[in-house]
Structure formats: structure tokens, C-alpha cells
Write a protein that binds this ligand. Structure first.
Ligand SMILES: Cc1ncc(C[n+]2csc(CCOP(=O)(O)OP(=O)(O)O)c2C)c(N)n1
Ligand SMILES: [Mg+2]
Length: 808
């Protein structure tokens, strides 16, 4: 087994080790007290106890103390294992960056968060964690982002940061980690440390034997250096005593379950077991016998990940060029009464246990939050050490970057018949023509669907990104190709493998560059709409971290007809409606798309006031990310001037294509690619129904959000609050029926009827998988003109509509 180099780091003097030992003790205490406080002292009316924090936190106490108080530098960034959140908050408290009140309110309203959160915590969390696996991959993609930024000549006045993940051993079960590893290998990953908390326990169980060896091979295969911290320095010293080698072999052969059980059972149990198994072998008996029960337990608990000198040596000797995985043997629940117990994930200390622990820590009642209580070093010495901690020396960790100016209009040549996907490619192609500051900050990425989502022309202009230049062999061999795939450090497209989780986590990293690297990027990711579902948790994670990006999802819906099967997306409009932090649009026409994209480039850069605007009731000043659901269906484009009013309405979510008159009996509200069917239906109904209206909906999401916000505002006393959709429907007579239609789940627009109490029939797609021509499928699923007319006839009675064909 390769062991870490044993060169003592210059920075670690015996005095430093003394202080770090005291701080580790304090971190363990504060984390335990915070959890105890949340469970036993705060009024927990819901009875929900904090599970999964105490044991998980304790297991990383040594490593986190070493990192935050000695190893890390201000430019390093860390994703902390979700359940180690109490350690993180305790460390920030000791560094003067977290308020005591927030620790007292741990897990409570506005208190320190159960899992570290960039958006909800106040103590400078670098990366949110919670859904295991995602924070780990985020460090890898943040490192790639840092390389991208520096390769483009930005941020060179700052040192490179190391991107560090503290990883639970069971967390490595998550597939997205392996997807990220492969991508990291392809992209020449550097500056990345993954520190595995190898406590050999998950939530439910003790892990399989020999897992470390699988990890070692795996990481080596992907070009990582692997450093294993198995034995602590007490153990190393004992191995050198007579009989020590026998003890080492016993430890190496001991099954994980048994080791954990003995850690829990303590010194006497260790003695009995060791005596039973190796006690009659002369030297080793003496090695055991000369130690008291407490000393024996301390020796056996002294695994690498709890031995400060071992941990510091390993971290200080790691380099930046090669990504490094540290496999650190630890004890889950280290130092606590349930250490090592297989059920300890949700383990909590009883008030009696806590009292005993308090006394052992030398903490007087009423002094539980005092920073230096119970430590045997002078407070001034500890305080002056804390004031010199390198990690905390750099001021606020959130950087900022000026906004990039976005042109007032995004030019595009609109063909008479065109799809929104083609329009998207054409708009980006136009952006790519210029060497403006705006164009230079755009970065695109796609999981192996660059060409089929129409990014090809942009990539031809701006090139693919790689740290090392690589020519397109087809070009040098003079074989004609539509695409020029040259890689260089100046390229602006990051080509990913197919894994959609990676796309979203890369967007999360690129979309936080202003805050992490102090340089703003304007990231655009493309993928097929149905495969949003594959990466959905990572998309949610990116939004939760408030990363900023534009997502173009295309093709979408059943409109891609012949592709059928799992390529048809149904639920995505509802995802767009429900996903927090993501403004979703589904334009029908390319001129709408140009307006929306122009707006989106500004919107993703906003960081302002939380309150809603009184015109559309949306919180546009706070900004967010943007999802564009686009189609491959070429449709006839409208020649029309885009007035400022129309521009605003497109962005707000809807406009009248045909405003209904006062006697209107029915109106059709459509979204996206079915615009021609809606227009045709309105035309065919015109002879038999009066004043038929046609409402173009560019964003069900924003319309709905504005409506909800305006209702809330009225309920809170702002009687004049009106949302955009309420104003649009204000003059529609109450007897008028609404037929809504989209190529997606009908519930996306069904709520329109509730806005002003109009009878509504919502058409859309609820089942998928059928191939066929567009006309066949629109008829099959009931979203063609005939289905719209039939729905209108049912909800807006009157004479029969002549153009209604009998439905099959
Ligand atoms: C995606 C996801 N699935 C499940 C969980 C619930 N969960 C939280 S921690 C955990 C396992 C903990 O084991 P490990 O990673 O080894 O950490 P330890 O507690 O041992 O430090 C699980 C299943 C989660 N947080 N995220
Ligand atoms: Mg574990």
C-alpha cells in the first residue's frame, strides 16, 4: 500500500500542533453542542431530531481542523460533506465569520443551515452540498472553469486555487462522481483534491471490505495520485516496537465491521480481542499489556485521518498539477459515546451523555459557546493564532465581477420559414462574428450534441477549448467537413461527453465564475429537452447555488415526430414552471427568441433587489438562470416590427396575437411549436364564433409566477397589484372559453382558467413513445387544429363549427 511521504511540513512546528490539537477539540465540542442545542434545548415542536450530523461531523474533525486552520489558502475553495456542516459552522465561528446566534439557531429559521449553503448561509460557504455526489463533482468542474478563465487571460493577478472536496466514503456510490472523473481525465484536470472520509460506514451500514483498493485502482486509472492515510503516528510508533509488526498485520486483516464494533466497545474490549487473537505471541503481548485500557483505545483509534501530523504531512506534500485523492481512515463518531456503532448515523447524545462529555471537555455550564473554554492553552495565544490563519486572511471569499454590456438587440436574419432551434444557431453565429467584449465572455458547452443543437456555426467561429492546442486532423488532411474542430486555450466551446449530469455541474461552475474567480462568464449549455430529466438533480443543484447560465433544450416535445420513444419530452414545461431560480421560455418565433436571449444575457448577470416589480410582479432585479425550450419544427415566420411594448410582453410571458373583442366567445392560448395549429384553428372558427382571440404565450413560467406574486401582494393589502396575465385577460368577457394548447403536458397552461374564472380546456401531450409524421402525431395526441376546434365547440356553445372534421 503506498503511504504518504513523511517529510514534516516546515510550517508545522510543535507549537502549531499544540494549537491545532486544542482547536480540533473545540471544533468537536462546538459541533456537538450545536446539535445538542438544536435537539434538546431549542423548542422542537415538530419533534424532528437532527440525525446524521453528530457522528458524520466528528469523523472529519481532525481533517477539517487541519485544512481550515493550517493548510488552505484564501483562493482555495471547498465542498464540505453535507453532514459535516456543524464542523464548518463551528470553524467559521472560531474564525470570527459566523455569529453565535446562527449557531444557536442551527437548523432553525434563518439559523446556520443543516447542509452548507451558498445562498442561505451567512458564513461564506464556497459550494453548497446536500444531495450527495454533486458538490464533489462541482470541485472538479470549478477547477476546469478556473483553467478556462486563466487560459483566456483573466484573473492572472490572483494565485490559482485548489478545489477541494470532503467526500463521504458512501458518497462515492453516486454515479455522477464517476462521470465527472472520466470528464476530468479527458480535460486534463489539475488543482483538485478529493479527501475521502473513509470511516467505512454509510447511513445504514458498514461498507464492503477492501473498498479502498477499488478506489485506489479507479483513481489511478483516471490519472489521479492516490494517498492513503491509514495509520496514525501513535500506531506507526507502536509498529516499531517489538511485536509491532504483528499488531499491524492484525489491523490490516481486521474486518471493517469488527474494527467499528471494537471502536465502539472501547479499551477493555480491544484488550480482550487482541489477547484472544494475537496475545500469546510474546512481544505483542507486552506491547498490549504495557498500555492501560484508555491508552490502548487511543492507539487503536489513532487512524491516519485522526492523526494531525499525518494529515498535515499528506496535505502539505500534495502538488497541484496532478489531481489527488486522499483516502483517510477515520472513525465515524470519533471521540463520542457512539463512535464506531453501525447505527450511529442518526445517533444523538442523551442529556446525560452530553453532560459527561461537557465535563470531559472542561466546559462549565453557561460557558458552552465560549471560544476557548476548557482548552489548556492561553486564550491570547489561541486568539493570535486564529488571527493569523492564512485561509481567513483574504477578506470576503465571494468575489464579484462587473457586468458585461449586452447589445440592445441581437441581430439575426430571419428566413421566411424557420425553427427556433435554427434561430438559436443563427443568433449565436451572429454573436460569434464580432470580437466584442460581450462575445468574448460567452462560453458554450454541450454533452456531445453540439452539432445537433445547432451550436456548430458558433463553434466554427470561436473554436473548442483545451489547455493544449490540438489541430483538426480532417482539416489538415484536407478532407472537407462542415465543422472546424480545432482545440486551443482560446476556444470558447467546452465539448463534454454525453453525461448530462456533467453538463449541469459544469454550468453550475461556469455560472459561478464571477463569484469564485472574479471573472464573469456568460455560459450557454445545450442538450435535448427530454434529457433534462437525466441531469435534473444537478440542474436543481446549480439553481440552488445561484449559478447563472442559459440552457437551450432542443429538440423538444412530440414535434420531433419520427424520433419517437424516449426522445419526446412531455414533463419539461412543468419542470420549467416549477424549478426555482430558472426563468423558462418556449417561444414560437425567431424574433421572439432574439428578444428573449437579449434579455437573458442581462438577466443572468443581475444581482439586485429581492422585491418584485409592480408591473409584472416578477423579481427580475435579482436575476437567475434561463431555460429556452426550442423546437426543430420550421414554421412560417411573421414579418412585424418589434415595438418596445411587444418586446416587454414577450419577456413578461404573453401577448395578444389577436386581441378578442368585447363579445368574444372563445380564445386560443398557445405555446411554442403548435403556433400554426392555433392560428389555423382561430381562422377556421372565425365564421362561426364571434371575436375569437389568439394569445401567444412565450413563458407560462413567468406568467404564472407574476400571477401568484400579485395575488399574494393583494392578500397582504396591496389592493392594486395586477400581474401581466390578469391585465391581458381583464377585458375578456366571463362567458368566453379558453382553449390552451402546447406540445407538452397540458397542466402547463391549464391554470389560465383560474386567473379570471374562464371555462378552460387544456390540450397537450400526456403519453409518449409513438413515432409518426407530425400531422399524424398532432392528430393522435389531440393538439392539431381540429382538436382545438372540437375543444372550443364543447366549451363555447353556439352553432356547430363548420370546419370541424369528425374526430377519428
Ligand atoms: C442524493 C442523496 N441521496 C441520499 C441522501 C441521504 N444520505 C445522506 S448521507 C448518506 C450516506 C452517508 O454515508 P457517507 O457518505 O459514508 O458519510 P458519513 O456519514 O459516513 O460520513 C445518505 C444516504 C442524500 N443526502 N443525497
Ligand atoms: Mg462513511
Amino acid at each position: 500500500m503506498p503511504m504518504p511521504k513523511r517529510t514534516p511540513p516546515k510550517s508545522t512546528t510543535p507549537e502549531t500542533l499544540q494549537v491545532l490539537a486544542a482547536l480540533e477539540r473545540k471544533v468537536l465540542w462546538l459541533a456537538s453542542w450545536m446539535i445538542h442545542n438544536a435537539n434538546h434545548l431549542r423548542d422542537n415542536a415538530d419533534g424532528l431530531k437532527v440525525g446524521g450530523h453528530q457522528a458524520s461531523s466528528a469523523s472529519l474533525a481532525t481533517i477539517m481542523t487541519a485544512l481550515y486552520f493550517d493548510v488552505l489558502r484564501p483562493h482555495d475553495r471547498v465542498a464540505v460533506k453535507p453532514h459535516a456542516s456543524p464542523n464548518f459552522h463551528a470553524i467559521q465561528y472560531l474564525l470570527g465569520k459566523q455569529a453565535r446566534e446562527r449557531l444557536e439557531a442551527f437548523r432553525g429559521y434563518k439559523g446556520a443551515q443543516s447542509y452548507p449553503s451558498r445562498t442561505k448561509d451567512a458564513d461564506d460557504v464556497d459550494f453548497s452540498t446536500g444531495s450527495v455526489g454533486l458538490g464533489v463533482a462541482q470541485t472538479l468542474f470549478s477547477s476546469l472553469t478556473q483553467d478556462y478563465v486563466r487560459a483566456h487571460g483573466w484573473g492572472l493577478d490572483r494565485p490559482e486555487g485548489r478545489m477541494v472536496a470532503l467526500v463521504g466514503d458512501a458518497e462515492l456510490d453516486e454515479g455522477n462522481i464517476f462521470e465527472a472523473l472520466l470528464e476530468g481525465w479527458k480535460q486534463g484536470l489539475r488543482n483538485c483534491w478529493w479527501i475521502i472520509d473513509y470511516n467505512r460506514q454509510s447511513l445504514d451500514a458498514v461498507v464492503r471490505e477492501g473498498l479502498w483498493a477499488r478506489y485506489e485502482q479507479l483513481f489511478n486509472n483516471f490519472g489521479w495520485k492516490v494517498v492513503i492515510l491509514k495509520y496514525g503516528s501513535l500506531q506507526e510508533a507502536a509498529f516499531k516496537e517489538p511485536g509491532g509488526e504483528t499488531l499491524r498485520q492484525w489491523i490490516d486483516n481486521c474486518p471493517n465491521q469488527l474494527y467499528s464494533a471494537l471502536v465502539f466497545a472501547g479499551g477493555a474490549a480491544w484488550r480482550k480481542r487482541l489477547n484472544d487473537e494475537i496475545g500469546d505471541q510474546g512481544d505483542v503481548s507486552r506491547l498490549i499489556e504495557k498500555r492501560s485500557d484508555a491508552e490502548l483505545a487511543a492507539l487503536m483509534n489513532n487512524l491516519g485521518g485522526h492523526d494531525m501530523p499525518t494529515v498535515l504531512d499528506a496535505f502539505h506534500n500534495a502538488d497541484s498539477e496532478q489531481p489527488t485523492c486522499f483516502i483517510c481512515y477515520t472513525v465515524k463518531g470519533f471521540g463520542l459515546p457512539f463512535a464506531g456503532h453501525k447505527d450511529n448515523h442518526a445517533g444523538l447524545m442523551t442529556p446525560q451523555q452530553m453532560d459527561t462529555y461537557r465535563q470531559a471537555m472542561g466546559v462549565r455550564p453557561g460557558h458552552e459557546w465560549d471560544k476557548f473554554e476548557g482548552l489548556d492553552l492561553p486564550a491570547e495565544r489561541l486568539q493570535s493564532f486564529l488571527e493569523r490563519v492564512p485561509f481567513a486572511a483574504g477578506g470576503p471569499r465571494r468575489l464579484s465581477a462587473p457586468t458585461v454590456d449586452v447589445p440592445d438587440e441581437l441581430p439575426v436574419t430571419i428566413q421566411p420559414v424557420m425553427s427556433t432551434q435554427t434561430g438559436f444557431g443563427a443568433i449565436l453565429n451572429e454573436i460569434g462574428r464580432n470580437d466584442s467584449d460581450f462575445a468574448r465572455h460567452v462560453v458554450t458547452t454541450s454533452p456531445d450534441v453540439t452539432v445537433s443543437t445547432n451550436l456548430g456555426p458558433w463553434v466554427n467561429r470561436r473554436g473548442l477549448f483545451a489547455r493544449e492546442a490540438m489541430a483538426d486532423t480532417f482539416k489538415s488532411e484536407r478532407i472537407p467537413s462542415t465543422f472546424n474542430w480545432e482545440f486551443s486555450p482560446k476556444g470558447q466551446h467546452i465539448e463534454l461527453g454525453i453525461a448530462e449530469m456533467n453538463l449541469f455541474i459544469l454550468l453550475s461552475a461556469l455560472g459561478l465564475s464571477h463569484s469564485i474567480n472574479g471573472e464573469r462568464l456568460l455560459p450557454i449549455g445545450t442538450l435535448y429537452d427530454p434529457f433534462i430529466a437525466r441531469g435534473l438533480d444537478a440542474l436543481n443543484y446549480a439553481c440552488y447555488q445561484d449559478a447563472r447560465f442559459i440552457l437551450a433544450a432542443t429538440p423538444s416535445g412530440i414535434t420531433l415526430a419520427g424520433e419517437g420513444g424516449a426522445h419526446q419530452s412531455i414533463a419539461e414545461p412543468l419542470i420549467g414552471l416549477a424549478q426555482d431560480g430558472l426563468a423558462s421560455f418556449e417561444p414560437a418565433y425567431v424574433d421572439e427568441l432574439a428578444v428573449i436571449m437579449g434579455w437573458a444575457f442581462s438577466y443572468i448577470q443581475k444581482n439586485g433587489d429581492l422585491s418584485a416589480s409592480e408591473t409584472n410582479w416578477l423579481r427580475d432585479e435579482t436575476g437567475g438562470s434561463v431555460y429556452l425550450r426550442l423546437s426543430t419544427r420550421p414554421i412560417e415566420q411573421m414579418k412585424r416590427p418589434i415595438t418596445p411594448e411587444l418586446r416587454q410582453q414577450i419577456v413578461d410571458g404573453a401577448y395578444w396575437q389577436r386581441k378578442p373583442g368585447p363579445n368574444c366567445q372563445v380564445l386560443v392560448a398557445y405555446t411554442g411549436a403548435v403556433a400554426p395549429e392555433a392560428i389555423e384553428a382561430v381562422g377556421l372558427m372565425a365564421e362561426d364564433r364571434r371575436d375569437v382571440g389568439l394569445l401567444a404565450i412565450t413563458s407560462a413560467d413567468r406568467l404564472n409566477a407574476g400571477w401568484a406574486a400579485a395575488q399574494r401582494a393583494r392578500e397582504r393589502g396591496l389592493v392594486r397589484a395586477r400581474s401581466h396575465i390578469e391585465r391581458l385577460l381583464a377585458d375578456v368577457p366571463s362567458h368566453c372559453g379558453i382553449v390552451t394548447v402546447l406540445d407538452g403536458h397540458p397542466a402547463t397552461l391549464a391554470w389560465l382558467g383560474a386567473v379570471a374564472g374562464h371555462r378552460t380546456r387544456a390540450l397537450g401531450v400526456e403519453h409518449f413513445g409513438q413515432t409518426g409524421s407530425l400531422a399524424e402525431l398532432y392528430r393522435h395526441y389531440g393538439i392539431d387544429a381540429n382538436a382545438i376546434i372540437a375543444a372550443a365547440q364543447t366549451i363555447a356553445p353556439g352553432r356547430p363549427i363548420r370546419h370541424l372534421k369528425a374526430l377519428p
